[in-house]
Design a protein. Structure first.
Ligand SMILES: [Zn+2]
Ligand SMILES: [Zn+2]
Length: 292
């Protein structure tokens, strides 16, 4: 039996899609990652990248059963959903998972962006069977796959996911601000939250085969963006090294980071790694595939 997992990147950008000549190498679509397991399809986030993934699934000509895990509900993570073609086709089944928010129904959060003032087609008129499942921090088994969830550090919160299948572990942590602990010593509750989060995170990513992590800023850029909910590249690398991660993918590139910038980010990361550490590091790129 084939136990290989394919991970494919369909959208790697943070905040807003940026098509154009300056992003032809890494791509301009917002967050969407396909994780194809031997007998099920997981999709992480539904940014504009999910449109092309949907077209690919339709081209394969089979019934689609997709489990879509949303990190949170900022536009760059849900905006592609109304353009996901399999949702328009009878016989397909789409299960959308998102973090539970007090007093808010997941279905409403998603359907609101398809209200007639914003979009011509209502969620209710889509032909596929669409289900919604709220997740809380904890652990789940979904289609036989272990899924651990963790609330991560982002304005309004986001959810990080870790999936374990056979002996492989994949972590998806986007829109997470890794904060150096000394910054938070002025607020006790924040400090405890950060420490707690840092420990939980290290436990979850421990020796992961693949860590996909928000790395929106360089160290210098981050200094003006503290509290915006994104991480600087050196912090992400340091986390991955502490966790003994095997492959690290820098994800959720800033809309102001063009191809040449991302090339230099990844080169400086690889210089820092040198021969000293046993980790492979990549910048997420539209169309990139990783097999585990
Ligand atoms: Zn985002
Ligand atoms: Zn966000």
């Amino acid at each position: 039996m084939n136990t290989e997992i394919k991970v494919k990147f369909w959208g790697v950008r943070g905040s807003i899609p940026i098509p154009g000549v300056k992003t032809t190498k890494y791509g301009g679509n917002t967050s969407c990652v396909e994780v194809r397991l031997p007998d099920c399809l997981f999709i992480f986030d539904a940014g504009t990248g999910i449109r092309e993934l949907g077209n690919q699934l339709c081209a394969e000509g089979k019934k689609v059963k997709a489990h879509i895990f949303l990190s949170h509900f900022h536009w760059d993570h849900i905006q592609g959903l109304p353009f996901f073609k399999p949702a328009y086709m009878k016989g397909n089944e789409i299960i959308i998972y998102g973090m539970g928010l007090q007093g808010e129904r997941l279905e409403h959060i998603i359907s609101n962006q398809m209200e007639s003032v914003y979009f011509p087609v209502r969620l209710q008129s889509l032909q596929a069977q669409i289900k919604f499942k709220k997740l809380w921090e904890g652990n789940y088994v979904i289609n036989g796959v272990k899924v651990d969830t963790l609330y991560i550090n982002h304005p309004g919160r986001a959810m990080g996911y870790v999936i374990s299948y056979k002996n492989k572990k994949i972590c998806y942590f986007t829109d997470n601000e890794i904060v150096p602990i000394p910054l938070w010593t002025d607020e006790t509750s924040q400090y405890e939250y950060k420490q707690d989060l840092a420990e939980k995170m290290l436990q979850l990513i421990d020796r992961a085969d693949l860590l996909i992590h928000d790395a929106q800023y360089t160290y210098q850029e981050y200094q003006n963006k503290v509290g915006w909910g994104h991480s600087s590249i050196p912090e992400v690398l340091s986390l991955a090294l502490q966790g003994g991660v095997k492959k690290l993918v820098l994800f959720h590139h800033d809309p102001e980071s063009f191809d040449e910038h991302i090339d230099s980010h990844i080169n400086s990361c690889r210089e820092l790694i040198g021969d000293e550490y046993d980790i492979e590091c990549f910048a997420a790129q539209e169309g990139m595939e990783i097999y585990l």
